[in-house]
Design a protein around this ligand. Structure first.
Ligand SMILES: *[C@@H]1O[C@H](CO)[C@@H](O)[C@H](O)[C@H]1NC(C)=O
Length: 390
């Protein structure tokens, strides 16, 4: 009798052990019906895997094994009951016909999902058809960002690779506490509006160890971004790192506490840029540090442009309301692809304040590059080539 009881309790505890571990186990998308052939639509299978992971009371993993998975526009919605890890060893493909994902603005969208980590994976949005449509000036759909996080907190994205996005590769919008590590985002130099990473209305975002080769901004920083730290990125080709465009709206949240350090720009149109519309606005940029940066053949290594007004439409008075202050440029060296390496074109109605230059060395064809200033006030220290113009 005692022996029997022992056996039963042994079996039971084994059973519970198994239950706990199976609830923590992989939600392998193959088990939910995905076919890794690159042809069969796996969207519903991914959604079924998401549904069980999201409703799991304990932490769970969604696993995408090696292979190619065809996915149409998809929305992974939270809130979920527990943390989710997504491990992607395979490649996720968009359909070749760009209309399939191009009508909604998003390809892969996470909404209100907290505590999610995404490891690895390649996304191929097959954007070439869409770019060709835009270049031909045809009637094209709005296009899709490849992967977007909206209203999501405590996120880690590590080792993701994304190629051929229709528009921006990775969007972080209205999020808190996001880490982006070792991502590799690529689109051809001349592909229109293929930004690498766009951050807006978010706080506590760090982007580190990443390579961004795109047709538009490597990283663009939109209204309402604070406490964003970028380090060890390699940017170019593309338009560089841009705070802005800001000040398009009259009432707009500002950008503050931004650092970009220990990075390299290669052959990009801009290095570090702040760009605002020449329109009235409540927006601002304050407390920014650009430090330890190498420029190689960059057209505008350091630039503030407050005169943005494409086609001169809708910019009454041609003066930006965006207040730019406390921006430091420290230890920035390398080569400019144009004679003027430093351009400060600040707003006549809201001059830039508290701009600091320290240890800048930028050359053009082995000679000192030049700088130009408008409506700016600040200080400079250390060795400066070009000399400060304020
Ligand atoms: C910006 O950083 C300062 C300290 O450097 C901090 O006091 C402030 O709260 C930060 N601003 C935001 C919006 O988090």
């Amino acid at each position: 009798m005692a022996n029997k009881l022992l056996l039963v309790s042994f079996v039971l505890s084994f059973f519970f052990f198994f239950m706990i571990h199976s609830s923590n186990a992989d939600h392998n998308v193959i088990r939910y019906g995905a076919k890794p052939d690159g042809k069969t639509d796996a969207t519903q299978a991914f959604l079924r895997a998401w549904k069980s992971a999201c409703s799991s009371a304990t932490a769970s993993t969604i696993y995408v094994p090696k292979g190619r998975y065809l996915i149409k526009g998809v929305e992974f919605r939270g809130p979920c009951k527990s943390r989710i890890k997504v491990q992607i060893d395979g490649t996720i493909l968009a359909p070749l016909d760009y209309h399939a994902i191009g009508n909604s603005g998003y390809w892969i969208l996470f909404i209100q999902v907290n505590r999610i980590s995404v490891f690895g994976g390649t996304l191929d949005a097959k954007g070439a058809g869409f770019w060709a449509c835009r270049r031909a000036g045809k009637n094209c759909p709005v296009g899709a960002r490849s992967i977007t996080f909206n209203w999501a907190n405590d996120i880690l994205i590590s080792g993701l690779r994304s190629i051929n996005s229709q528009l921006t590769h990775l969007v972080i919008n209205s999020c808190k506490n996001v880490q982006v590590r070792n991502v590799n985002l690529m689109a051809p130099d001349l592909s229109p509006n293929t930004d690498g990473i766009h951050v807006q209305s978010s706080t506590g975002v760090s982007i580190t160890g990443s390579t961004l080769q795109t047709g538009d901004d490597c990283i663009s920083i939109g209204p309402g971004t604070s406490n964003l730290h970028i380090s060890r990125i390699k940017c170019g080709p593309g338009h560089g790192v841009s705070i802005g465009s800001l000040g398009r709206q009259l009432k707009e949240d500002g950008v503050q506490n931004i650092t970009l350090t220990d990075s390299v720009f290669i052959g990009s149109d801009n290095g570090v840029r702040i760009k605002t519309w020449a329109r009235p606005s409540t927006s601002f940029v304050r407390n920014v540090l650009f430090q330890n940066i190498i420029m190689r053949d960059v057209e505008n290594p350091i630039i503030i442009d407050q005169d943005y007004c494409p086609n001169n439409v809708g910019c009454p008075g041609q003066s930006s309301g965006v207040k730019i202050s406390e921006v430091t440029y420290k230890n920035i060296q390398g080569t400019s692809a144009t004679p003027e390496a430093v351009t400060f074109e600040c707003s006549p109605s809201n001059p830039c304040k508290g701009i600091r230059l320290q240890d800048i060395k930028l050359t053009y064809m082995n000679k000192a590059a030049t700088s130009s200033c408008k409506n700016i006030d600040g200080t400079s220290t250390g060795l400066l080539t070009p000399e400060s113009c304020f």
